[in-house]
Design a binder for this molecule. Structure first.
Ligand code: HSE
Length: 308
């Protein structure tokens, strides 16, 4: 039986000033999903590894399964699909774990069906899959994981998705402290309304960051990557957030913030040296506080999800 496998990378959403509208793909880790036809006429999840038994086998309740069900319905595909999910990243990390599974699922299914849809056309199905876990339709993880690059979603109705340029010497440091925060919970603590002052500050910052990226202007990028909407509410959930930020800037990074809904934190740096220095400094600091962490340095992954 023909089996097709896809890899979809982790992603850093929000990039501080782009809550729900900005995100970027990193090189690794990521999830793999394999699909094949079965002769039952029903889609089913036949294997999940790397999830410590936490993900549902019920197809509609699983991010990869839901994405596949929606895509089959859209394409009028009546054959059943067997789905195998291999998770290679932690849950509740703020690295787009649920998004990566949904993205790998739609890319694998598209491959199995002979590529009837473009990557852009796959996006709504991946979004619907990811929403099963996060409780909201947003594309700042699925967009970059699928398309690669730094992705700006400038509209949701209709979807308006743009891939922005990244400076060649941009490195992203990622540190995931051994703490879990579920996206749905981290969304629930945010206020439903924001002040005019905060809206003005955030929209100015978002515009400044986009300009900074187009012109590889690190000073503008650093000035702009400030989050007045989510970080004030979410940072207290992350142990030693302020101390980590101070250490990161001491190491020379351009910007520092929460990756998605946390607890992972990330930094932008010009060049690999500062990016690695920041990682080492945070790793040692967290260890001294009795908290282990996973860290990596990555360039922006411009390919996004791929067939394996
Ligand atoms: N934009 C989403 C949030 C990303 O911050 O809730 C979740 O990873």
């Amino acid at each position: 039986m023909k089996m097709v496998t896809a890899f979809a990378p982790a992603s850093v959403a929000n990039l501080n000033c782009g809550f729900d509208v900005l995100g970027l793909a990193i090189e690794a880790p990521g999830d793999n999903v394999s699909v094949s036809f079965n002769d039952t006429g029903l889609s089913r999840i036949v294997e999940i590894t790397g999830d410590e038994g936490r993900l549902p086998y019920e197809v509609a309740a699983n991010t990869a399964g839901k994405a596949i069900l929606d895509m089959c319905r859209h394409l009028g595909e009546k054959r059943g699909i067997d789905i195998r999910i291999h998770k290679n990243m932690p849950f509740g990390s703020g690295l787009g774990s649920s998004a990566a599974s949904a993205v790998a699922a739609v890319v694998a299914l598209n491959g199995l069906l002979g590529s009837p849809l473009s990557k852009m056309e796959l996006l709504p199905f991946a979004m619907a899959g990811e929403a099963v876990a996060s409780g909201a339709l947003h594309a700042d993880n699925v967009g970059p994981s699928l398309l690669g690059g730094i992705v700006l979603i400038s509209g949701y109705q209709p979807l308006d998705v743009n891939v922005l340029p990244a400076p060649d010497d941009l490195y992203i440091s990622v540190v995931k402290p051994d703490v879990e925060i579920l996206t749905q919970e981290a969304r629930n603590i945010l206020p439903k309304e924001v002040s005019m002052k905060a809206a003005i500050k955030q929209s100015g910052n978002l515009a400044g960051l986009v300009r900074g990226l187009y012109e590889s202007d690190y000073a503008a990028i650093g000035r702009s990557m400030i989050d007045v909407l989510a970080e004030p509410y979410r940072a207290p959930l992350i142990p030693h957030f302020d101390e980590m930020r101070d250490l990161a800037f001491k190491a020379g990074v351009t910007s520092f913030g929460i990756s998605g809904s946390g607890p992972t934190v990330f930094a932008f740096s010009k060049g690999e040296e500062k990016a690695s220095l920041m990682l080492e400094s945070l790793r040692e600091y967290l260890l001294a506080q009795g908290i282990s962490s996973i860290q990596f340095v990555s360039k922006v992954n411009t390919k996004g999800a791929v067939l394996c």
